[in-house]
Design a protein around this ligand. Sequence first.
Ligand code: NAD
Length: 495
Amino acid sequence: MNDVMLQYIGGERRPGRGEQLTITEPATGALIATGAAASTADVDDAVAAARAAFPAWSGSAPAERSAALYRWADVLSSRADELAAMESRGGGKPISLAKGFDLPGVIDNIAFFAGAARNLEGRAVAEYSGEHTSSVRREPIGVVGSIAPWNYPLQMAAWKILPAVAAGNTVVLKPSELTPLTSLVFAETAVEAGIPTGVINVVTGTGGEAGAALVAHPDVAMVSFTGSTAVGKQVAATAAGAVKRVHLELGGKAPFVVFDDADLEAAARGAVAGALINAGQDCTAATRAYIQRPRFDEFVSRVADLMDGVRIGPVDDPDTDLGSLISPTHRDRVVAMVDRARTAGAKVVRGGRIPQHMPTAGAYYEPTLITGATQDSEIVQHEVFGPVLVCLPFDTDDEAIALANDTPYGLAASAWSRDVFRTQRAAREIRAGCVWLNDHIPIVSEMPHGGFGASGFGKDMSAYSFEEYTNVKHVMAELTGVADKSWHQLIFRSR
Ligand code: NAD
């Protein structure tokens, strides 16, 4: 039995005092590790460590924090292959994805925030009243409680931790109990790079115990949560009780709008890649493709052909395109949703099955293409979080925009056309935190990621994220030195 210490508190790995967790390999069902989860007492210790580290870290010069982050990027780069292998095995994702997307993304994020740490913004210092000098201080908030999902464990840990610590906060991260191992190494490499102990702590535990305790903790000044809309609502409700700042990155149901003048080959390739990346367990994945009616059949047929060429295989095989879902439980949820769509009259054009050639204890599911579903059906309205693309036809541009906006979510979307006026209209009128034009999925550290509506609020990545992780303080210094200020007329009149 490979028993692992799943907590990283004040710079030390230690076992938790909660229930025993079992961490398995999603693609095979094999045991990776066991270890004790964080109890409420462990969360208390982690918050205390973060609180103790806050005065020195928040008081350090931006240049010092920046230098430490640059060193961290170097340390992580030197261990990229090892971490990619862990991420692939722990998340059931192909090694090519972990090596080509997860690790480079995280390393670039660290480097971006190393630079951004020295570039916090504010308004010009000036005499706005005529009698005072006004200036703005941008201050870290304190201890940030961060909660992350399992779909991109390392990237989500990076997105939560980096802007927070770059701005001078200290952090307690609770990764998903299904995928904690790379987050623990991530925090250790920060200390290896010279970031003081206690600045980044990791508590591995269940949402109900460690997650809830972190959100409710009186010494946690802000909660940053990435996960499902259902849990996000609970987190927000708890935070509201304490008037605690909260940042929510929640679910998505990204529309993919193909106008009749689009490059159909580009759109079909974009749809398949955008729907299947990370086995569709991506909050921005293409899920609802709307195709203008004259091109509908051609598009569906090309997508089906492309799906036929996708190679399902062991995650450590560099030629594997599609790995496993996170767990058999989650896979069964996807199976049930596709079955219900079928029963409701939708046509499953491709997939909709568990592949027979992969280990039965794994959580594989075939790339799945669905037509004939109705706009108000579950498969169109709700997050599937699996390798499932639904295609629906539309007639007019007005209708396409209305359909794209017709779910409670608003995280990401794409529009495909050669007509700049059409794409610009889509960019303007589709309600989502990101609208891609003639592409779907790419992200860059310099640009914000975050949703509208049921997808949450606040931004990850980019300098915009500092709006979440800093308090803006107005300092107003009186300049005249007189006791009888001009505005005192409001109270004293001429006395
Ligand atoms: P989840 O909501 O079940 O869990 C997310 C995290 O919250 C986990 O660490 C979990 O342990 C914790 N948690 C659960 N209950 C809790 C509670 N009561 N209090 C505090 N914490 C609790 O989500 P998941 O299944 O891990 O991840 C998939 C979801 O994440 C999808 O909905 C996906 O769209 C979303 N997601 C969103 C983004 C984004 O940027 N918007 C990115 C990735 C994933």
